[in-house]
Design a protein around this ligand. Structure first.
Ligand SMILES: *[C@@H]1O[C@H](CO)[C@@H](O)[C@H](O)[C@H]1NC(C)=O
Ligand SMILES: *[C@@H]1O[C@H](CO)[C@@H](O)[C@H](O)[C@H]1NC(C)=O
Ligand SMILES: *[C@@H]1O[C@H](CO)[C@@H](O)[C@H](O)[C@H]1NC(C)=O
Ligand SMILES: *[C@@H]1O[C@H](CO)[C@@H](O)[C@H](O)[C@H]1NC(C)=O
Length: 296
């Protein structure tokens, strides 16, 4: 098998699809239901990805906990290093909530998204959670606590956001997030000050007065790149037609709604978000890395 594998050319594009919390028993239940809906006993069916030629299993424990959370597990599958529960993008030398330990350069990890960018490829993320939630955050952020999604949460945890910038700030102002061509998901509130009411009537959560959506725009204007910020499905389809170089879409104040109760005319589906992201990224001849999460 190893010899066989070596003859396979290196991949140009990598898309990592994550079903957050989608365990082996969940797959068994979904497969069985699919088969039964087709009038069989159930086991005859296969989910799309079960038809792939290879599959594998991994041990998901954290360094300090047997039951993984999204932060330590995302650090493992995106950065290749096991970490402590609740920490992301930093090594296990960092105890949860310890800002100063997370500043040690030796503790900072790079993700596969950063590796792709360093190689001249493009990178992006799609999620049905807040884009600052633990799984997507490990593509671009380092934080001693996954809850540090905005400056108020850093401060509430006894840390200084000047020293340890929150996750939303890292996405907009630091590499590799600043270089992501596509950012699609929920979580507008983490990017807006508490006195600002968003398009759908929710206040932001930031207490530093920063409007990071405006800062994202200013950064792209400064760099003279075409860009588009969207917050509903119609605008997303507009961007899919005009294809700016950079696209950020935040469709809810917090997480996107579940697929069934959502309003399909105002809120895009995960499939639509993924299609637009792939179209955006496939313009790079060197390839791309895309993270796609069904996070709810
Ligand atoms: C935080 O980490 C630093 C450096 O590793 C360590 O010296 C310090 O005791 C830790 N602080 C707490 C509150 O655990
Ligand atoms: C939301 O923002 C509005 C407008 O600035 C402000 O009047 C209101 O007090 C804010 N609400 C909360 C809960 O902070
Ligand atoms: C900005 O980009 C456009 C299109 O590529 C180009 O024509 C223009 O000269 C650039 N402007 C600056 C100030 O670099
Ligand atoms: C995006 O545009 C392409 C090309 O026009 C089209 O085939 C596709 O259906 C569009 N995607 C969505 C989600 O509308």
């Amino acid at each position: 098998v190893a010899l066989e594998a070596r003859r396979v050319p290196a991949a140009r594009n990598v898309i990592l699809f994550l079903g957050d919390g989608m365990s082996v028993p969940t797959l068994a239940a979904a497969r069985t239901l699919l088969g039964q809906r087709r009038g069989y006993t159930g086991e005859e069916a296969e989910l799309s990805f079960e038809t792939f030629p290879t599959s594998g299993l991994s041990k998901t424990y954290c360094v300090n906990a047997q039951v993984a959370d999204s932060a330590c597990s995302a650090t493992a599958y995106l950065c290749g290093v096991k970490a402590n529960q609740g920490t992301l993008g930093v090594s296990a030398s960092v105890p949860r909530s310890n800002c100063s330990a997370s500043l040690d350069p030796a503790a900072r990890l790079q993700s596969i998204a950063a590796w792709a960018l360093a190689d001249g490829r493009d990178a992006g993320l799609v999620t049905t959670t807040r884009v600052t939630h633990a799984s997507p955050a490990a593509t671009y952020a380092g934080a001693a606590n996954r809850n540090w999604e905005n400056d108020a949460s850093v401060r509430a945890d006894g840390a200084d956001p000047q020293q340890c910038p929150d996750i939303a700030t890292q996405l907009i102002t630091e590499d590799p997030g600043r270089q992501f061509k596509v950012i699609l998901g929920g979580g507008r509130r983490e990017f807006l000050p508490s006195h600002v009411v968003d398009e759908e009537g929710s206040n932001g959560t930031r207490t530093d007065g920063r409007n990071l959506i405006e800062e994202w725009r200013s950064d792209k204007i400064e760099r003279n790149v075409t860009h588009s910020y969207v917050w509903n499905r119609e605008q997303l389809l507009g961007a899919n037609a005009t294809m700016p170089e950079y696209l950020m879409g935040l469709f809810e104040s917090s997480h996107l709604r579940y697929n069934m109760p959502t309003n399909p005319t105002t809120e895009p589906s995960l499939a639509e978000l993924t299609e637009v992201a792939i179209r955006m990224l496939q313009r790079n001849n060197k390839g791309f890395f895309l993270f796609v999460e069904g996070g709810r």
